[in-house]
Write a protein that binds this ligand. Structure first.
Ligand SMILES: Cc1cc2nc3c(=O)[nH]c(=O)nc-3n(C[C@H](O)[C@H](O)[C@H](O)COP(=O)(O)OP(=O)(O)OC[C@H]3O[C@@H](n4cnc5c(N)ncnc54)[C@H](O)[C@@H]3O)c2cc1C
Length: 627
């Protein structure tokens, strides 16, 4: 007997980071979801580094959490180490990073899925999509089973027509030990959807018992822990260190001597690899004058000896990998459990989707995660969540959730994907946002939790907690404006510790603007502030708001100005080929991407400002041809 006679509201294809968010969101909202995956033991697998967060990515995790997604909760429940990166730098680049216990992460996510009564989990390979008149109706698996649904979310990661390379040998696979998804790309082509190729790679995993850590530098986590999820109360876990070693001249020589065995350098792989996560051979060729590169040694979990060699991804042959690894200090006797490999796979350029992540061609077909040309778990989770929410909105004829660039990194990521024809795996970076001082990890709840609550993914109890926090931030900020710090001996003795001094009375809020002063200093100086015992997440946000007040106001003005172009809507049926005086390159790009606003049109790579001015005048005069 089959579940629900194989009739579902929504089918989610793929139980990776995007698929899990999509399925859980749809199910929480009340839809009956079929969640298909190639291997149910690999749910939310971390096939590359066993870590979540880091610059810009931590903000994505917090945004997912604020909207009602689960990545933050799962990471907080399964960490081996937590660390705030860039803690001495500005708030826009400060980032939380967790080392994960990979197996526990998978187990925790699987529990969330199996304990949700609206999710029907199934191990199968979806090979065909069914649509009538460009409207999705269902899918078929490799055994010929047919499933019907009104919406489908595709989150296939690196599996579509995946091909693994280790040296000059290659075989069909999506990830090491997992089959490739064959057939689905052809089905997409038949529906008029184009696919292209990208490539990514991962380092070897080494047996911990064969590593000499005494030759490496210890990289401990934080003692005072910070977490991803805005939900309170979680078990505190024991933490473990990572280690740092480096490449040697011998490593570089081995790599240079074996480049003729690299599938990349021999032209066997055509897909472009991640620019911001290059293979070690790429680093050594591109940065030839650099005598050494950092390599981090990271645990994969408490139940395994497998250890991740971060920064050492390669597609060179297995025998060469042994020599390369053994040239690293501390790894002279290393035993490789799993080899490094590269994988080439099909993705669906996201210029074919709208900001809701629904296909422009086939209604009811959504895409999220690596299939859209991104790389990274956090990028995948953010898109999966939006694609899932919108699949639910679509089947309920509700308004689509389209986040603006100024609201979030999630909005920025999706806008970049659907607007710019990206050529290499897209990774979120703080530099991709023009509003990065507004889009911080500390205020993701302020920016997005009201939306999560309105959608129905944030319950009333959590929302009430959020409102209280916002109230407390406002009240404490105002109170600090009225706390006077006097220039007595005791005060200046405390301030001297922070290389500061005052000659006259000063408001606590003014003092807090000084670079060396933190809220904790104010607590030291003023007993009332200390006794209030304001929670860390509240006072940290107050610190940022006060210290960066001027910059934040400037970015808010920028958002307002950009809003003018953002409000300038472009009708859907414009015939760009008939517009005179704009370059043919611009015409082609506008016709392909079909921007919704003038602001989006201006962001398309290669579109000239002069062309935008002409378009603006024509739209204003209503003199553009319609199809
Ligand atoms: C070798 C390798 C190296 C990587 N290197 C990096 C890196 O350097 N930096 C980085 O940030 N990220 C890297 N990643 C990427 C990271 O793993 C992904 O970005 C992230 O997991 C994508 O999440 P996703 O949900 O889109 O897809 P995945 O997590 O890959 O999940 C895809 C899911 O879809 C399922 N599936 C696929 N096709 C079908 C089908 N037809 N029917 C049913 N189920 C299907 C799979 O079984 C799987 O459950 C790497 C991944 C791999 C495999």
């Amino acid at each position: 007997m089959s579940y629900l006679n194989n009739q579902f509201d929504i089918i989610v294809v793929g139980a990776g980071h995007a698929g899990c968010e999509a399925a859980i969101a749809c199910a929480k909202l009340g839809a009956k979801v079929l969640l298909c995956t190639l291997n149910v033991d690999n749910i939310a697998l971390q096939p590359c580094n066993p870590a979540v967060g880091g610059p810009a990515k931590s903000t994505l995790v917090r945004e997912v959490d604020a909207l009602g997604g689960v990545m933050g909760e799962v990471t907080d429940a399964t960490y081996l180490q937590l660390k705030i990166l860039n803690s001495s730098k500005g708030p826009a680049v400060r980032a939380l990073r967790a080392q994960s216990d990979k197996a526990e992460y998978t187990r925790y996510m699987r529990n969330l899925i199996e304990n949700n009564e609206n999710i029907y989990l199934k191990q199968c390979c979806i090979t065909e999509l069914k649509a009538e008149n460009d409207v999705i109706t269902g899918a078929v698996d490799e055994f010929g089973n047919e499933y019907s649904a009104r919406a489908i979310v595709l989150t296939t990661g690196t599996s579509l027509e995946g091909r693994i390379f280790v040296g000059l040998r290659s075989y069909s696979a999506g990830r090491l030990g997992e089959q490739a998804a064959i057939g689905l790309s052809d089905s997409l082509h038949k529906l008029g959807i184009q696919t292209k190729k990208l490539k990514t790679g991962t380092p070897a995993r080494v047996d911990k018992r064969t590593i000499d850590y005494s030759k490496m530098t210890v990289q401990p986590g934080d003692e005072e822990l910070s977490f991803f999820s805005f939900k309170p109360d979680r078990p505190i876990r024991k933490t473990y260190p990572c280690y740092l070693t480096r490449t040697t001249e011998e490593t570089h020589e081995i790599i240079r001597a074996n480049l003729d065995k690299s599938p990349m350098y021999q032209g066997l792989i055509h897909g472009v690899g991640p620019r911001y996560c290059p293979s070690i051979e790429d680093k050594i060729v591109r940065f030839a004058s650099n005598p050494s590169h950092h390599i981090f040694i990271e645990p994969e979990g408490l139940g395994t000896y497998e250890t991740y060699i971060q920064g050492f991804s390669t597609s060179l042959p297995a025998d060469v990998q042994v020599k390369m690894i053994r040239s690293l200090p501390g790894l002279e006797k290393a035993h490789i459990i799993k080899p490094a490999y590269a994988v080439e796979y099909d993705y669906v350029p996201a210029v074919q989707t709208t900001h809701s992540l629904m296909s422009k061609k086939v209604k009811g077909l959504f895409f999220g995660g690596q299939i859209n040309g991104t790389s990274g778990y956090e990028e995948a989770a953010a898109q999966g969540l939006i694609a899932g929410i919108n699949a639910f909105n679509y089947i309920n004829n509700s308004e689509m959730l389209e986040l603006s660039r100024s609201s979030s990194y999630t909005g920025t990521l999706i806008d970049d994907l659907v607007t710019k024809d990206i050529q290499d795996p897209y990774r979120m970076l703080t530099s991709r946002s023009e509003y990065r001082l507004l889009l911080r990890q500390d205020n993701a709840d302020e920016r997005l939790m009201p939306i999560g609550h309105k959608i129905g993914l944030i319950d009333d109890e959590q929302y009430e907690r959020f409102l209280n926090k916002q109230r407390l931030i406002k009240e404490e900020k105002e109170r600090l404006e009225n706390v006077k710090i006097s220039p007595d001996e005791n005060t200046n003795a405390i301030l001297a510790k922070y290389e500061e001094h005052i000659d006259r009375g000063i408001r606590a809020s003014e003092l807090l603007k000084r670079p060396n002063i933190t809220y904790k200093t104010i607590q030291e100086l003023d007993n009332n502030t200390k006794e209030l015992n304001i929670p860390k997440d509240v006072y940290e946000q107050i610190e940022v708001i006060i210290k960066y007040d001027g910059y934040i106001k400037r970015q808010e003005e920028q958002v307002e100005n950009a809003g003018k172009l953002e409000k300038f809507k472009i009708p859907e049926d414009i015939d760009y080929s008939k517009i005179e005086h704009i370059s043919s390159e611009t015409k082609e790009k506008l016709a392909k991407i079909q921007p919704k606003t003038l602001a989006q049109a201006a962001r398309i790579g290669g579109v000239k400002p002069a062309d935008i001015s002409i378009l603006m005048v024509m739209l204003d005069r209503n003199s553009v041809s319609r199809k």
